[in-house]
Design a protein around this ligand. Structure first.
Ligand SMILES: [Zn+2]
Ligand SMILES: [Zn+2]
Length: 269
Protein backbone atom coordinates (compact mmCIF):
# COMPACT_ATOMS: atom_id res chain seq x y z
CA UNK A 1 0.00 0.00 0.00
CA UNK A 2 1.13 3.51 -0.71
CA UNK A 3 -0.01 6.65 1.09
CA UNK A 4 -0.67 9.50 -1.34
CA UNK A 5 -2.37 11.78 1.18
CA UNK A 6 -2.34 11.51 4.97
CA UNK A 7 -3.79 14.85 6.05
CA UNK A 8 -7.35 15.54 7.27
CA UNK A 9 -9.76 18.43 6.80
CA UNK A 10 -7.83 20.56 4.31
CA UNK A 11 -4.62 20.28 2.31
CA UNK A 12 -1.76 22.21 3.93
CA UNK A 13 1.24 22.93 1.73
CA UNK A 14 4.19 24.57 3.45
CA UNK A 15 7.70 24.00 4.63
CA UNK A 16 6.55 22.89 8.08
CA UNK A 17 4.72 19.93 6.44
CA UNK A 18 7.53 18.65 4.20
CA UNK A 19 8.27 15.42 6.02
CA UNK A 20 4.73 14.14 6.67
CA UNK A 21 3.01 15.78 3.70
CA UNK A 22 0.10 18.16 3.18
CA UNK A 23 -2.24 16.29 0.81
CA UNK A 24 -5.56 14.94 2.07
CA UNK A 25 -6.64 11.30 2.36
CA UNK A 26 -5.73 8.87 -0.40
CA UNK A 27 -4.42 5.34 -0.04
CA UNK A 28 -3.47 2.95 -2.85
CA UNK A 29 -3.70 -0.76 -2.04
CA UNK A 30 -2.45 -3.47 -4.39
CA UNK A 31 -3.73 -7.02 -3.96
CA UNK A 32 -1.86 -8.99 -6.63
CA UNK A 33 -2.97 -7.38 -9.88
CA UNK A 34 -6.00 -5.67 -8.32
CA UNK A 35 -5.83 -1.96 -7.59
CA UNK A 36 -7.93 -0.59 -4.74
CA UNK A 37 -8.00 3.09 -3.86
CA UNK A 38 -9.33 4.44 -0.57
CA UNK A 39 -10.56 8.01 -0.64
CA UNK A 40 -10.11 10.66 -3.29
CA UNK A 41 -8.52 13.53 -1.37
CA UNK A 42 -5.94 15.80 -2.95
CA UNK A 43 -3.38 12.96 -2.79
CA UNK A 44 -5.31 11.24 -5.59
CA UNK A 45 -3.86 13.62 -8.18
CA UNK A 46 -0.34 12.36 -7.57
CA UNK A 47 -1.51 8.75 -7.66
CA UNK A 48 -3.01 9.47 -11.09
CA UNK A 49 0.28 10.86 -12.33
CA UNK A 50 2.00 7.60 -11.35
CA UNK A 51 -0.34 5.47 -13.50
CA UNK A 52 -0.33 4.60 -17.20
CA UNK A 53 -1.62 7.31 -19.49
CA UNK A 54 -2.63 5.07 -22.40
CA UNK A 55 -5.69 3.43 -20.80
CA UNK A 56 -6.28 -0.07 -19.51
CA UNK A 57 -6.55 0.92 -15.85
CA UNK A 58 -9.16 -0.94 -13.83
CA UNK A 59 -9.60 0.25 -10.27
CA UNK A 60 -12.09 0.17 -7.42
CA UNK A 61 -12.25 3.44 -5.50
CA UNK A 62 -13.84 3.22 -2.06
CA UNK A 63 -14.92 6.40 -0.32
CA UNK A 64 -15.19 6.56 3.45
CA UNK A 65 -17.56 9.48 2.92
CA UNK A 66 -18.03 12.54 0.75
CA UNK A 67 -16.63 15.42 2.81
CA UNK A 68 -14.42 17.61 0.62
CA UNK A 69 -11.11 16.37 2.00
CA UNK A 70 -12.02 12.86 0.79
CA UNK A 71 -13.34 13.67 -2.70
CA UNK A 72 -11.78 16.82 -4.08
CA UNK A 73 -8.96 15.01 -5.86
CA UNK A 74 -11.46 13.16 -8.07
CA UNK A 75 -11.82 15.76 -10.86
CA UNK A 76 -8.01 16.01 -10.94
CA UNK A 77 -7.41 12.25 -11.31
CA UNK A 78 -6.18 11.83 -14.92
CA UNK A 79 -7.41 8.20 -15.28
CA UNK A 80 -11.00 9.50 -15.09
CA UNK A 81 -10.46 11.15 -18.47
CA UNK A 82 -9.37 8.17 -20.59
CA UNK A 83 -12.11 6.16 -22.22
CA UNK A 84 -10.16 2.92 -22.00
CA UNK A 85 -10.11 3.01 -18.19
CA UNK A 86 -12.69 1.40 -15.95
CA UNK A 87 -13.37 2.99 -12.55
CA UNK A 88 -15.78 1.60 -9.98
CA UNK A 89 -16.70 4.09 -7.25
CA UNK A 90 -18.14 2.86 -3.96
CA UNK A 91 -19.76 4.53 -0.95
CA UNK A 92 -21.66 3.14 2.02
CA UNK A 93 -22.86 6.23 3.89
CA UNK A 94 -25.44 7.87 1.62
CA UNK A 95 -28.41 5.54 1.18
CA UNK A 96 -31.35 5.88 1.45
CA UNK A 97 -31.38 9.68 1.15
CA UNK A 98 -28.91 10.00 -1.72
CA UNK A 99 -26.87 7.97 -4.19
CA UNK A 100 -23.15 8.44 -4.77
CA UNK A 101 -23.88 9.61 -8.32
CA UNK A 102 -26.19 12.32 -6.96
CA UNK A 103 -23.78 13.39 -4.21
CA UNK A 104 -20.80 13.74 -6.57
CA UNK A 105 -23.09 15.42 -9.10
CA UNK A 106 -23.88 18.11 -6.52
CA UNK A 107 -20.16 18.55 -5.82
CA UNK A 108 -19.20 18.93 -9.48
CA UNK A 109 -21.84 21.49 -10.34
CA UNK A 110 -22.03 25.21 -11.10
CA UNK A 111 -21.29 27.59 -9.52
CA UNK A 112 -19.02 25.51 -7.27
CA UNK A 113 -17.23 23.63 -10.03
CA UNK A 114 -16.83 24.40 -13.75
CA UNK A 115 -17.53 20.95 -15.26
CA UNK A 116 -20.12 18.28 -14.40
CA UNK A 117 -19.63 14.57 -13.70
CA UNK A 118 -20.27 13.64 -17.30
CA UNK A 119 -16.93 15.19 -18.27
CA UNK A 120 -15.34 11.90 -17.19
CA UNK A 121 -14.52 9.87 -20.30
CA UNK A 122 -13.63 6.66 -18.47
CA UNK A 123 -16.16 3.90 -18.00
CA UNK A 124 -17.29 4.95 -14.52
CA UNK A 125 -19.84 3.08 -12.40
CA UNK A 126 -21.29 4.12 -9.06
CA UNK A 127 -21.99 1.55 -6.37
CA UNK A 128 -23.99 2.37 -3.27
CA UNK A 129 -24.10 0.01 -0.32
CA UNK A 130 -24.95 0.33 3.35
CA UNK A 131 -22.02 0.36 5.79
CA UNK A 132 -21.99 -3.04 7.48
CA UNK A 133 -22.40 -4.96 4.22
CA UNK A 134 -19.59 -7.06 2.72
CA UNK A 135 -18.22 -6.34 -0.76
CA UNK A 136 -16.30 -8.58 -3.12
CA UNK A 137 -14.71 -6.38 -5.78
CA UNK A 138 -12.78 -9.40 -7.07
CA UNK A 139 -13.05 -13.12 -6.14
CA UNK A 140 -9.66 -12.93 -4.39
CA UNK A 141 -10.39 -9.75 -2.41
CA UNK A 142 -12.90 -9.69 0.45
CA UNK A 143 -13.97 -6.41 1.96
CA UNK A 144 -15.95 -6.00 5.15
CA UNK A 145 -17.36 -2.65 6.21
CA UNK A 146 -18.75 -0.95 9.30
CA UNK A 147 -20.48 2.36 10.00
CA UNK A 148 -18.36 5.02 11.71
CA UNK A 149 -19.36 7.81 14.10
CA UNK A 150 -19.03 10.95 11.99
CA UNK A 151 -21.23 13.92 10.99
CA UNK A 152 -23.10 12.89 7.79
CA UNK A 153 -21.81 9.33 8.42
CA UNK A 154 -18.77 7.42 7.13
CA UNK A 155 -17.69 3.85 6.38
CA UNK A 156 -14.77 1.84 7.76
CA UNK A 157 -13.18 -0.85 5.58
CA UNK A 158 -11.33 -4.13 6.18
CA UNK A 159 -9.55 -5.68 3.19
CA UNK A 160 -8.63 -9.36 3.20
CA UNK A 161 -6.33 -10.82 0.58
CA UNK A 162 -4.14 -13.90 0.59
CA UNK A 163 -4.56 -14.46 4.35
CA UNK A 164 -3.61 -10.89 5.25
CA UNK A 165 -5.78 -8.03 6.39
CA UNK A 166 -5.66 -4.25 6.62
CA UNK A 167 -8.28 -1.87 7.97
CA UNK A 168 -8.87 1.70 6.85
CA UNK A 169 -10.85 3.60 9.46
CA UNK A 170 -11.31 7.35 9.06
CA UNK A 171 -13.19 9.61 9.95
CA UNK A 172 -14.65 8.57 13.29
CA UNK A 173 -15.14 9.92 16.81
CA UNK A 174 -14.91 7.77 19.90
CA UNK A 175 -16.69 8.03 23.21
CA UNK A 176 -14.24 8.25 26.10
CA UNK A 177 -14.15 5.03 28.09
CA UNK A 178 -16.48 3.16 25.74
CA UNK A 179 -14.67 1.44 22.85
CA UNK A 180 -16.61 1.39 19.57
CA UNK A 181 -17.90 -2.19 19.34
CA UNK A 182 -18.44 -2.12 15.60
CA UNK A 183 -14.85 -0.96 15.01
CA UNK A 184 -13.55 -3.63 17.41
CA UNK A 185 -15.43 -6.23 15.35
CA UNK A 186 -14.03 -4.88 12.08
CA UNK A 187 -10.39 -4.74 13.21
CA UNK A 188 -10.45 -8.03 15.16
CA UNK A 189 -6.92 -9.55 14.84
CA UNK A 190 -6.23 -7.55 11.65
CA UNK A 191 -2.58 -7.27 10.59
CA UNK A 192 -2.71 -3.50 10.23
CA UNK A 193 -5.09 -0.72 11.24
CA UNK A 194 -4.95 2.72 9.63
CA UNK A 195 -6.94 4.93 12.00
CA UNK A 196 -8.26 8.49 12.34
CA UNK A 197 -5.75 10.03 14.76
CA UNK A 198 -6.58 13.67 14.10
CA UNK A 199 -6.10 14.66 17.75
CA UNK A 200 -4.26 13.62 20.87
CA UNK A 201 -6.15 12.61 24.01
CA UNK A 202 -5.13 15.96 25.54
CA UNK A 203 -6.70 17.91 22.66
CA UNK A 204 -9.77 15.73 22.30
CA UNK A 205 -12.10 17.44 24.83
CA UNK A 206 -11.87 20.68 22.83
CA UNK A 207 -13.09 18.96 19.66
CA UNK A 208 -16.07 16.98 20.87
CA UNK A 209 -18.61 16.30 18.09
CA UNK A 210 -16.13 17.23 15.33
CA UNK A 211 -16.14 13.56 14.32
CA UNK A 212 -12.51 12.55 14.90
CA UNK A 213 -10.48 10.40 17.23
CA UNK A 214 -7.00 10.19 18.81
CA UNK A 215 -3.91 8.06 18.36
CA UNK A 216 -4.24 6.89 21.96
CA UNK A 217 -7.76 5.59 21.23
CA UNK A 218 -6.40 3.88 18.11
CA UNK A 219 -3.80 2.12 20.28
CA UNK A 220 -6.42 1.09 22.84
CA UNK A 221 -8.71 -0.31 20.12
CA UNK A 222 -5.85 -2.28 18.53
CA UNK A 223 -4.83 -3.71 21.91
CA UNK A 224 -8.40 -4.75 22.75
CA UNK A 225 -8.98 -6.29 19.32
CA UNK A 226 -5.65 -8.12 19.21
CA UNK A 227 -4.76 -6.23 16.04
CA UNK A 228 -1.24 -5.72 14.70
CA UNK A 229 0.40 -2.49 13.63
CA UNK A 230 -1.39 0.82 14.16
CA UNK A 231 -0.86 3.45 11.47
CA UNK A 232 -1.58 7.00 12.62
CA UNK A 233 -3.52 8.79 9.88
CA UNK A 234 -5.65 11.89 8.99
CA UNK A 235 -3.29 14.36 10.64
CA UNK A 236 -4.67 17.70 11.74
CA UNK A 237 -3.40 20.57 9.53
CA UNK A 238 -2.46 22.31 12.79
CA UNK A 239 0.11 19.59 13.50
CA UNK A 240 3.39 20.38 11.77
CA UNK A 241 6.33 18.01 11.22
CA UNK A 242 7.85 18.65 14.66
CA UNK A 243 4.53 17.93 16.34
CA UNK A 244 4.14 14.69 14.34
CA UNK A 245 7.69 13.65 15.31
CA UNK A 246 6.68 13.92 18.97
CA UNK A 247 3.50 11.91 18.31
CA UNK A 248 5.59 9.23 16.57
CA UNK A 249 7.96 9.05 19.52
CA UNK A 250 5.21 8.86 22.15
CA UNK A 251 3.17 6.33 20.15
CA UNK A 252 6.23 4.15 19.59
CA UNK A 253 6.88 4.15 23.35
CA UNK A 254 3.26 3.41 24.20
CA UNK A 255 2.68 0.70 21.59
CA UNK A 256 5.90 -0.41 19.85
CA UNK A 257 5.52 -0.84 16.10
CA UNK A 258 3.08 2.05 15.75
CA UNK A 259 3.94 4.37 12.88
CA UNK A 260 2.81 7.76 11.68
CA UNK A 261 1.69 7.77 8.03
CA UNK A 262 3.79 9.95 5.75
CA UNK A 263 2.96 10.99 2.21
CA UNK A 264 4.76 8.63 -0.20
CA UNK A 265 5.23 5.92 2.42
CA UNK A 266 4.97 2.34 1.15
CA UNK A 267 4.04 -0.55 3.45
CA UNK A 268 3.97 -4.21 2.50
CA UNK A 269 2.38 -7.12 4.32
ZN1 LIG B 1 -11.59 13.84 6.77
ZN1 LIG C 1 -15.22 13.91 7.38
Amino acid sequence: MRFWGVRGSIACPGEQYQRYGGNTSCLEVRCGTEMLIFDAGTGLRKLGESLATNGGIVANLFLTHTHFDHINGLPFFPPMFHKKNRMRLWAGHLLPELTLHEALGQFMAAPLFPVPLKIFAANVSFHDFTAGEAIEPHPSVKIRTAPLNHPNKATGYRVEFNGRSICYITDTEHVVGRPDESILGLIDRADMVIYDCTYTDEEFPRYKSWGHSTWQEGARLCETAGAGRLVIFHHDPGHDDDFMDRVAEQAQAERPGTIVAREGMVLTL
